[in-house]
Structure formats: C-alpha cells, structure tokens
Design a protein around this ligand. Structure first.
Ligand code: MTE
Ligand code: MO
Length: 402
C-alpha cells in the first residue's frame, strides 16, 4: 500500500492572522495611498517579500534578478534566492512534521519515521551548493536562437548558491534499514498536488538513484545558517548537488525506497530532452546541470563611452570546477580573460571581473564564455529541446554606449 502523507499544515491565512509573519509581506500588509503606484503583489503562494528590484514574478515562481547579484557575496541570501513552486508554499510546523521512509527496499519494518528533532540529533554536515532550475536560461532559446520552447521563461536568475546544513541522506537510509538491492528512491513533497490542464499529477516527486543518494545528497534543515525559510522547503528539503533543481525536493514528506526502478511524471513527461536532436521517446531523465556564465548587468544597459568600467559576472559548471572565463566586448571578434575572484570549486560559482573602456558610441554585444576543469566550454548554440532545459550557450548581452 503506498503511504499517503497527511501533512501538518496550517493555512497561510491563519498563520498571517496569527501575527509575526505579516511583516514578511511588507507592502501587502500596509494599505498604500490610492494615488501611489500599485504595490507589486507577491507571487501567489510565495510567502517571502518579492521586491521588484530583486525579483521578477513568473506565475507561481519568482526569478531572482541576476543583473542585481553584484551586491551579493558568494552565497545568495535567502531573501534574494529564486523560488520555483509547482503549486504554493505550504506553511508547515516542524513540531508535528515527520519524514516517512517506506517500500520494498527496506529490509526491516516499514514504514520508518523520523521526527524533526530526531534528524537534528543525527551528525550534521554543512556544504555549499548551487540550486539551479533545469530551465534556467530557457527564454534564450527563443530570444537568441529563434527556437520555440514551453515552460517558465526564465532568463538567468533561476539559480542561487547557499550553505546548507543537514544530515546525510545515506545516514538516514542506513538507519531506516535500506536493503542491498534497493536501486531507486522517490522523495515526495508535502505541497499540494500539481494540477495542470485539468490533470492531477499528484505531489511533486522524482526518482533519485540510490547511488547518487549515497554520494552527496543532504536532508537540509538550514540555509545560510538559519532554519530553511518556508519558501525553500521548511522544515526539511533535499539538496542534490550538481543535479537539476527538481531533484532537490522541498517540504520533504516521504521517500519510497524501491528494489525496482521508479518513475513519475517528473521523470517521464518532463525533465527529459525531446525534439529533433534527441531520441524519439525523449532522452533519459536529465540529472546533471550544465555550465553558464553571465554579466551582472541589465540586458540593454546604457554605459558611458570613454569611461573606464568594471564589468562583473559569475560563472559556474555542474560538471567540474570553473577553469577560465573569457569575455568579448565586440560581439565575439576578440576575446580576453576575465579575472576570477574566488577559488573555483565543484558545485559552486566564481565571481569574475574585467575592466573595459569603450571608445565608440552605439550598440554592442557583450559575451562571456566559461571553460571548466574537465574541458567543457560554452558552445555558441545550445542544442534545442522542446521544453527548453539545460541552456548552456554563450549569452549575447546587448548594451548601449552613449
Ligand atoms: N516539493 C517541491 N519541491 C520542489 C519543487 C516544488 O514545486 N515542490 N520545485 C523544484 C524545482 S523545479 C526547483 S528548480 C527547486 C527550486 O528550489 P527553490 O525554490 O528553493 O529555489 O525546487 C524543486 N523542489
Ligand atoms: Mo526547476
């Protein structure tokens, strides 16, 4: 019998009525004068404030303004971190939360439960990792390559880096009595079932191979030294380093442990590569993210000619540490190396900068291209897939010189 979760849930309205969280909604809580510019609403279902200088709301999601990351450090503060919600943020209570493991891949009794306090009593580990949506950069398939794609039209801000603290998933699996022949897990969130086009796909869940689970996956309860914020998975989420964001299930409720391969719509209908360049039934489910680099500058920014500017950006690769970043300020005719400001690490990003004194006025295209220690480099074009995943091409960044 599949275990069916009964989340400890309080409605957001009730929570807000209770008091302290109201300030989290900032502008919403205070009535604006009738003549004032309309206060941008929070995205439906997102708890934290989404000031327009830091976020772009896209449906139930909030994209971070990558162009504004210049004032953040190596870690992305929780209040600047993008939110990808299939439905809406459930406001859970750690005191009555528990994690359930079940399935034929446990050799002893099943199900096995862990309370929040029980998890916090296990040895903890802390590690920095990026979380990046598989569709980050998706809109560039259309704007840069003229290719249609479906899905949330992210630009480059569906990525963030945080320091996660929690317990190793492998420790929890061992304590739960994982069998030697278990092959797949299926972690599942406690957010509402995902309904799209009249079809109920059930709760967000996606198979995770046991081998990856034993490698480096965390059950995280802290982000940048604080309890996870509601929007990022409170009380406990998965952090699956270097894999596409969908693997890092938020508001974790249960994990099926199976001796047979598992599937879900998130491994069959979505998060595979479909299209002309891919096998007829689609690729295997995607796992690793790819590599990118980008300028911390608005698209179409205006810069003064004749002055010395310092262009800054970030580069990252899920495949290996970043090795170099090259930039071109003339549409790709000439390239030079940017200076890296951080020690490149697996699962992290590096900040880079380059001085630039443009002479002529007019439109130019800035480019940046990263190469990682495994020799992967950003191509001129990304291989198209209908759902617009894994955009890795050199980004063409228009600026105007005046
Ligand atoms: N339960 C649950 N987990 C989830 C999701 C979701 O909608 N529900 N979205 C996934 C996707 S697609 C991404 S990219 C990451 C985003 O994590 P963040 O919102 O903390 O940035 O969470 C993943 N985990
Ligand atoms: Mo995602």
């Amino acid at each position: 019998m599949p275990y069916s979760p009964a989340p400890a849930r309080r409605s957001l309205l009730k929570l807000l009525a209770a008091g302290p969280a109201v300030s989290a909604l900032g502008g919403l809580a205070t009535a604006a004068p009738a003549h004032a510019a309309p206060v941008p609403l929070a995205a439906p279902g997102i708890v934290k404030a989404l000031p327009p200088e830091h976020f772009t709301v896209r449906g139930t999601n909030a994209e971070a303004r990558f162009d504004a990351f210049g004032d953040t450090g190596l870690l992305t503060p929780a209040d600047r971190f993008f939110v990808r919600n299939h439905t809406s943020t459930p406001v859970l209570d750690a005191a009555d939360w528990r994690l359930t493991l079940w399935g034929d891949g446990l050799h002893g009794r099943s199900p096995v439960h862990f309370t929040y306090g029980g998890l916090r009593d296990l040895p903890s580990v802390t590690r920095t990792a990026l979380i990046e949506c598989a569709g980050n950069g998706r809109s560039l398939y259309a704007t840069q390559q003229g290719e249609p794609v479906t899905g949330t039209p992210w630009t480059l801000g569906a990525v963030g880096a945080a320091r996660w603290r929690g317990v190793r998933l492998s420790d929890v699996l061992r304590r739960a009595g994982i069998a030697h022949d278990a092959v797949d897990l299926q972690p599942r969130g406690l957010d509402d079932p995902h309904v799209s086009g009249g079809v109920d796909f059930g709760r967000v869940r996606r198979p995770l191979p046991v081998a990856k689970a034993f490698d480096d996956v965390l059950l995280a309860y802290e982000m940048n030294g604080e309890p996870l914020p509601y929007d990022h998975g409170y009380p406990v989420r998965l952090v699956v380093p270097s894999w596409v964001g969908i693997a890092s299930i938020k508001w974790l409720g249960d994990i099926e442990v199976s001796t047979r391969p598992l599937t879900s719509p998130w491994s069959t209908d979505w998060y595979r590569l479909f299209g002309d360049a891919h096998p007829a039934g689609g690729s295997a489910p995607i796992s690793r993210q790819t590599l990118k680099s980008a300028y911390q500058l608005p698209f179409g920014a205006t810069l003064e000619a004749g002055r010395l500017h310092r262009l800054t950006g970030r580069a990252w690769s899920a495949l290996a540490p970043v090795r170099t970043v090259e930039v071109s300020t003339d549409g790709g005719a000439h390239w030079r190396h940017a200076r890296l400001h951080d020690t490149p690490r697996r699962d992290g990003w590096v900040r880079w900068s380059v001085p630039w004194r443009p002479h002529a006025t007019g439109q130019v295209t800035l480019l940046s291209r990263t190469t990682d220690a495994a020799g992967n480099t950003q191509p001129e074009r990304a291989v198209h897939n209908t759902q617009g995943y894994l955009f890795n091409a050199v980004v063409r960044h228009p600026v105007t010189l005046v």
